[in-house]
Design a protein around this ligand. Structure first.
Ligand SMILES: [Zn+2]
Length: 389
C-alpha cells in the first residue's frame, strides 16, 4: 500500500493541528489531501456512492473515481454492492449506484496505554477502532529502561495476535510528549527525554506514534464519542491531565504542555504535592490521593463529602479555562468521577463561569470507559498514516 509519510496537515499557531481534512487545497498538495478527504468522508458517514463522495467533498466525479480506484488497490476501500433504490428511481435513473465503504478489517492497529500505575495495557484494533484482542504486562514497579522493555514485550505479544497487516503502533504515554514522540518527562515511569517512538519504530520496523495519554483520550472522544468542537477531556489516573480541542483543532502548545492542569494550585493551604507546591489539583483528584481519603472515610456520607469536595476543586480549576477558551464541553475520564464528584464540579463550574447566550456548558463522563486511551492511540495512527480520524 502507498501510505503517506507526510499527509498534508494545516499547522496552526501554538502547536495545534486540524484533526480532519475539511476542504480542497492547492494542486501541489492536492492528491494526498484529497485522498484523506475521501477516506474521512467514508469514515464519518459510512456507505456512500462515488457521486455522494463527490457531493460532500466538492471534488469532481472524475477525481473521486480516480482516488477511489487507488484506495481500492491499496485495500482501504471496498465496493459493497448496489444501493437499494426506490422503484421510481429505477425507472428514471437506470441502475442504482454502487456503494463504497472503508474496509475496516483490511488492516490492524496496535494500541497501547501506558497510563495505568501497575500494568501496561494493549489491544489489537481494526480501522474502525474496535478492539479485537487484548493483552497486558504487569509493570512490577519497573521504571526507566526496564519500563521500556515491558512496553516492547507487550507490543511483541500483540503483534503475534494480529491477523491482518499492521497499519501502525499507537502509544498513549503519561507525561509530556513532544511531536516526535519523545517522552520529555514522565516521573512515574522514570522517563526523561525517552526516545520512545524512535526506539519502538527501530525495534519493530513499523510506523509508530507516541502521544500523551490525555491527548489520545480526547482523540478517541472526537472520533468515537460525542465530543463537540470545543472540548476539554480531563483524565484522572495516577495524575491529572487534559486534552484540548478548540474548533476541531487539537492544542498542544509549543512546549507540548497544554492541558497540564494537575499542578495548578486550588488551595494554597492544602496538602504538600510531589512537585513541592501545596494544594495542587492532583492532591484532590488523583487516584492515590482519593484512595487514601476514601479509605479514611467511615460512612457513605463521609465518602460523598470527600468526592464532592474534590469535585468543587476540579470546578475551581476548570472555571478560568472554560471562560478563557469558551469551551462548551468538559468530558471526564477516570474512576470515582461519576456521581457526587462530577455533580459538584458541574455546580461549581456553572457558578463560576458566565453563561453565554445560547451556549450551554456540558460536563459529562466519557462513554468510552477504560478503553479510551487504547482507542485514541489507534486514532493517532489513523491520523498520522492515512490523514483521517
Ligand atoms: Zn503539584
Amino acid at each position: 500500500m502507498t501510505t503517506q509519510d507526510e499527509p498534508v496537515r494545516r499547522a496552526t499557531a501554538g502547536g495545534g493541528r486540524l484533526l480532519r481534512p475539511s476542504a480542497k487545497v492547492l494542486p501541489e498538495h492536492a492528491r494526498v489531501h484529497n485522498r484523506s478527504l475521501v477516506l474521512q468522508t467514508l469514515y464519518g458517514s459510512g456507505q456512500q456512492s462515488r457521486a455522494d463522495v463527490a457531493r460532500s467533498t466538492g471534488l469532481t466525479r472524475v477525481t473521486v473515481s480516480d482516488l477511489v480506484a487507488e484506495l481500492m488497490e491499496d485495500g482501504l476501500v471496498v465496493e459493497l454492492g448496489r444501493r437499494e433504490a426506490a422503484p421510481s428511481e429505477n425507472v428514471h435513473r437506470g441502475k442504482p449506484a454502487i456503494l463504497l465503504d472503508i474496509d475496516r478489517a483490511a488492516f490492524h492497529i496496535i494500541g497501547i496505554d501506558l497510563g495505568d500505575y501497575f500494568v501496561f495495557r494493549g489491544a489489537v484494533l481494526d480501522l474502525g477502532g474496535h478492539i479485537l484482542q487484548r493483552a497486558e504486562v504487569a509493570l512490577d514497579g519497573s521504571t526507566g529502561d526496564a519500563a521500556s522493555v515491558k512496553a516492547f514485550a507487550l507490543i511483541e505479544r500483540l503483534l503475534g495476535q494480529a491477523t491482518a497487516p499492521i497499519l501502525g503502533i499507537g502509544v498513549g504515554s503519561p507525561g509530556i510528549v513532544d511531536d516526535a514522540g519523545v517522552v520529555l518527562s514522565a516521573p512515574n515511569l522514570g522517563w526523561v527525554d525517552e526516545l520512545l517512538q524512535a526506539s519502538i519504530a527501530a525495534r519493530f520496523s513499523l510506523p509508530v506514534v507516541v502521544v500523551n495519554d490525555a491527548n489520545a483520550a480526547v482523540l478517541a472522544e472526537h472520533s468515537f464519542g460525542d465530543a463537540e468542537g470545543d472540548t476539554m477531556l480531563v483524565k484522572v489516573g495516577h495524575g491529572v491531565g487534559a486534552g484540548l480541542l478548540l474548533g476541531g483543532v487539537q492544542l498542544f502548545g509549543s512546549r507540548f504542555t497544554a492541558g497540564e492542569i494537575g499542578h495548578v494550585v486550588v488551595d494554597p493551604d492544602g496538602a504538600l504535592c510531589s512537585c513541592g507546591k501545596s494544594g495542587c489539583l492532583e492532591t484532590w483528584l488523583a487516584i492515590p490521593w482519593l484512595d487514601a481519603k476514601l479509605a479514611a472515610a467511615t460512612t457513605s456520607a463521609n465518602r460523598d463529602a470527600v468526592l464532592r469536595e474534590a469535585g468543587e476543586r476540579l470546578g475551581i480549576a476548570l472555571a478560568p479555562v472554560v471562560g478563557a477558551l469558551g469551551l462548551t464541553e468538559i468530558v471526564l475520564s477516570g474512576p470515582y468521577l461519576d456521581g457526587p464528584l462530577a455533580e459538584a464540579a458541574a455546580t461549581t463550574l456553572r457558578a463560576r463561569t458566565m453563561a453565554a447566550p445560547g451556549s450551554d456548558l456540558t460536563l459529562r463522563m466519557t462513554t468510552l470507559g477504560d478503553d479510551i486511551v487504547l482507542r485514541g492511540a489507534a486514532v493517532a495512527v489513523l491520523s498520522k498514516q492515512l490523514g483521517f480520524s
